[in-house]
Design a protein around this ligand. Sequence first.
Ligand SMILES: *[C@@H]1O[C@H](CO)[C@@H](O)[C@H](O)[C@H]1NC(C)=O
Ligand SMILES: *[C@@H]1O[C@H](CO)[C@@H](O)[C@H](O)[C@H]1NC(C)=O
Length: 370
Amino acid sequence: MFFHYVVVVLSLLNFQRGFHVSSCADNCEDKPVFIPPKLVVRHGEPTSALCVGCKMLCQNKTFGLEKSLGTITPNGTTIKWEVDKMMEWNPSPTCYSTFIEENQCCSKLAVIVYQPPHKVSISFINHSGPMFEGHLYTLRCTVQDVAPVKNLIVTFYRGSKLVGSPQSTNNTEKTPLTESFTLNINTTKEDDGVLYICEATLDLKADGLTPKDLMWSKSLISTVYYGPKREQPPHPNLITVTAGDPLSLNCSAIGNPAPSYTWTLPSSRPPPPSNSSVLTINSVDFGDEGQYICVVSNMQGNITEKFHVDVQVNYVPIIIGVAVGAAVFIIFILSMFYIQHYRHNRMGQYNLKDVFHLRKRHVSVPTATD
Ligand SMILES: *[C@@H]1O[C@H](CO)[C@@H](O)[C@H](O)[C@H]1NC(C)=O
Ligand SMILES: *[C@@H]1O[C@H](CO)[C@@H](O)[C@H](O)[C@H]1NC(C)=O
């Protein structure tokens, strides 16, 4: 009984001294309201809100606004709260109304104080310089001094493609914090030259700020060293080339660093230079027949490519020669046959004689008199 009494007295004292937060009842009728109900303000910037103490039941009520910074300007049943420079991280101004001999009624204003990150950085953990193919690396994105960290969302992109799901933390600390987010990468040769991007967004969409204003990103280009790999489909087992024709063998491969080529030829021709992936012979002869070996190498490894070249006789001139010879021979034989066959034939005789006549006549024309 005595204890209960003391508690009541202490509560009354609290009213008068203005420590209202702990005994704030927010389920009462016609409680004060803030306009706007929520504030999003960048640290160091000005802000303001208005508390409307009551709407209908205003008689015999007194109003107050509890604050940790800023100024208040009462005006009838409303109180204006203004801050020149928001220098706190978790202000929660409370507006209250007190009805004579009754408990107080109050509302707190939700204020989100944000700070853009001081810096966003992206790097590989414990690694710098080129990476090696087929190894696991961890990409780390560090967002420095951002508030509130709960609203921070970090997304990794590989080129324009999202990799992994957006990450966040459930740390509810309101003051600026530095947070790191990671992404594991199992490198392939396709990662060479790829742009990795870390995008940090302070997501205050739900609180009325467009996300566009609150997005920062950093990127890095990954370099992956990998051994030579053939760039083209395999060539046939046997490459057949006709003597006198050009020969071109393409051993081109990709690799990082750029691979070098070592050619071994069956002939005594000089091999192509080591930076040349293509061997070219303008006109092959029989000495060029055999096995060509191309070793492609860089510091990450090497591959060997073999070409078997078969040089064939060029039959075309021979065939043409034989064909022409045969044709000439056939024509000759036919002519002979014709002459032999028609020599004793009247028609043929007549015709032939006619021809001779014609000749004769031509010759004898100037001396003919009949
Ligand atoms: C990075 O290397 C340092 C020193 O070698 C080591 O203490 C640390 O644990 C490493 N960090 C990670 C994430 O592997
Ligand atoms: C050799 O092959 C590569 C890859 O297929 C190709 O890019 C290159 O043009 C070729 N070179 C020649 C001279 O054909």
